[in-house]
Design a protein around this ligand. Sequence first.
Ligand SMILES: [Zn+2]
Length: 113
Amino acid sequence: MHELGIISSVVKTVENIMRQEGLTQVQTIVLQVGELSGVVPHFVEECYPAAVYETFMENTELKMEIIPGIVRCKDCGEEFSGVRYNLKCPKCGSEHLDALSGREFIIKEIIAC
Ligand SMILES: [Zn+2]
């Protein structure tokens, strides 16, 4: 499970931002997680309490926005949900795909107390 490492780096990033902004407490962080980012939201939720334990984010609420993973078939131009069709074009069966959205893993918002 690499989500623990991912959240640890989120905590570090938030810490740096907080220092720059002169903030000490974070009420909520909002993450944007793309369906094709390789990050599993369910695991993020599971790992979060352990990752923030005894850090300044221990009481910070985690919110996630899931970005649908839309892909376009390079062979026939069909656009579809990559996760739903298992990264295979439902029209022509091609696996040559361009990701249009859903690769993002972003700290969208940090809400200070
Ligand atoms: Zn196709």
